[in-house]
Design a protein around this ligand. Structure first.
Ligand SMILES: C[S@@+](CC[C@H](N)C(=O)[O-])C[C@H]1O[C@@H](n2cnc3c(N)ncnc32)[C@H](O)[C@@H]1O
Length: 331
C-alpha cells in the first residue's frame, strides 16, 4: 500500500473519502484523475503488491510489518482519495466515473470503476497512511527511510534517502520508482548533470546525488509535488544544491544533461522523447518508467525513431523501465 498526502491535511479536520475499485494496471492513472479533481492525497490498495510480500522477509529487519497483519483487498485494486470540505464531492463523482471508464481508450483495464464515498475525520486518515511506512531497502545500495523513523544502515554500501512520503507520489517503493532507481544504479558513473522530469517527492533526484552525480535539475507540473520535493530535499543534506521548479516536461528548458530520468505514464513519455533527445549530450542516457506491457512497443518504437539506442528493458511485476542511449554520430 502506498499513499500520498498534501500539507493541506494538517489544516482541515473533515474529509470526504472517495474509493474507486479498479485493476492494478490502472492505479496510477486513477490516482492521477483523483488528484486532478482536487484530492489532497491518495492511498492505493493493490492485491498484487500484497501477493508478492512474504512474511518475515522484511519483518526480520524491522523494515515492514508482517503483510498478513495489514488489512488488504484480495483481488484487483482500490484507489482511495481524500477531498477537503472545499470540494463538493457529489458534483465530481460523475466526472470520476466517466474519466475512469475512458481509461479503456488508453489500453488500460479500469475494472468495475465503481465509485463510493464517505465522510472521514483527519485523524482516521493520518493513521491510515502513516502506520504502514517503515524503512524499505529499494535497491542493493539505497534504502528509503520515512523522515520520522530512526534507522541505522545494515550494510556498508547502504545509502539512505529520507522522505516524508505523504506529500507526493514517490515513496521509493512503487515498482515504477524502483525501476528508475535500479536504472540509475546501472548508468551513473559520477559527475553527470541530470534532469529529473516529474520529480514527485524528489526521490530520484536525491538518489542520483547519493550515487554521485554532480548537478540535478528537477521539474514537476504539479505545484504540490514541487513543494513536497523541496521539503524532502531539506531532509537530505546531499540534495541541498538540487534546482527544482514547476515545469511541463522539458518545455522551455535549455539546460543540457548527461542523464534524463522520467517516471511518468507512457502517454506523457511520448511527447517527452524528442525533448529529451534534444537536451541530452551525445553518450548520455534517457531512463524512463511508468510503462505497462501494452505500451512497451510504442515507447521502444518512438525512442528508436528518435535516434536513441535501447540498452536495457527492465521489468518489475507489470511495470517496465527502459534505459536508452544517445549515440555519438560515428557509433
Ligand atoms: C509517477 S510520479 C513519479 C514521481 C517520482 N519521480 C518517482 O519516480 O517516484 C509522476 C510525476 O510526474 C508529474 N507529471 C505528470 N505530468 C507531468 C508533466 N507534463 N510535466 C512534468 N511533470 C509531470 C506528476 O505530477 C508526478 O509527480
Amino acid at each position: 500500500m502506498k499513499s500520498t498526502r498534501s500539507k493541506k491535511a494538517d489544516q482541515i479536520m473533515e474529509w470526504t473519502q472517495v474509493t474507486v475499485t479498479t485493476q492494478s494496471e490502472s492505479v496510477e492513472a486513477v490516482s492521477y484523475i483523483l488528484n486532478d479533481l482536487g484530492a489532497a492525497g491518495v492511498k492505493i490498495d493493490d492485491a498484487k503488491d500484497f501477493a508478492k510480500l512474504k512474511p518475515g522477509e522484511y519483518g526480520a529487519h524491522g523494515e515492514i510489518i508482517d503483510p498478513k497483519d495489514i488489512p488488504h483487498i484480495a483481488t484487483g485494486a482500490a484507489v482511495t482519495a481524500y477531498y477537503p470540505q472545499t470540494v463538493f464531492v457529489p458534483e465530481i463523482i460523475p466526472t470520476i466515473e466517466q474519466r475512469v471508464a475512458q481509461l479503456k481508450e488508453f489500453g488500460l483495464d479500469p475494472g468495475s470503476g465503481a465509485v463510493t464515498s464517505k465522510a472521514v475525520s483527519d485523524e482516521n486518515w493520518t493513521t491510515a497512511w502513516k502506520k504502514y511506512y517503515h524503512p524499505v531497502r529499494v535497491t542493493s545500495s539505497l534504502t528509503v527511510v520515512p523522515s520520522w523513523e530512526e534507522y541505522q544502515p545494515k550494510q556498508p554500501n547502504e545509502q539512505l534517502i529520507y522522505l516524508d512520503p505523504g506529500m507526493a507520489f514517490g515513496t521509493g517503493t512503487h515498482p515504477t520508482t524502483r525501476l528508475m532507481l535500479q536504472a540509475l544504479e546501472m548508468v551513473v558513473r559520477g559527475d553527470e548533470t541530470v534532469l529529473d522530469v516529474g520529480t514527485g517527492s524528489g526521490v530520484l533526484s536525491i538518489a542520483a546525488k547519493l550515487l554521485g552525480v554532480s548537478k540535478v535539475y528537477a521539474f514537476d507540473v504539479d505545484d504540490v509535488a514541487v513543494q513536497s520535493a523541496v521539503e524532502n530535499l531539506k531532509l537530505n543534506p546531499v540534495a541541498s544544491d538540487i534546482h527544482i521548479r514547476p515545469n511541463d516536461l522539458l518545455t522551455g528548458v535549455t539546460q543540457m544533461a548527461d542523464l534524463i530520468v522520467a517516471n511518468i505514464l507512457a502517454e506523457i513519455i511520448v511527447p517527452l522523447i524528442p525533448q529529451a533527445y534534444e537536451r541530452l549530450n551525445t553518450g548520455g542516457h534517457f531512463l524512463c518508467s511508468g510503462i505497462i506491457a501494452d505500451k512497451v512497443a510504442l515507447i521502444l518504437n518512438k525512442l528508436q525513431n528518435q535516434g536513441f539506442r535501447v540498452e536495457e528493458t527492465l521489468k518489475i511485476g507489470d511495470w517496465y523501465g527502459i534505459i536508452a542511449y544517445k549515440p555519438f554520430s560515428d557509433e
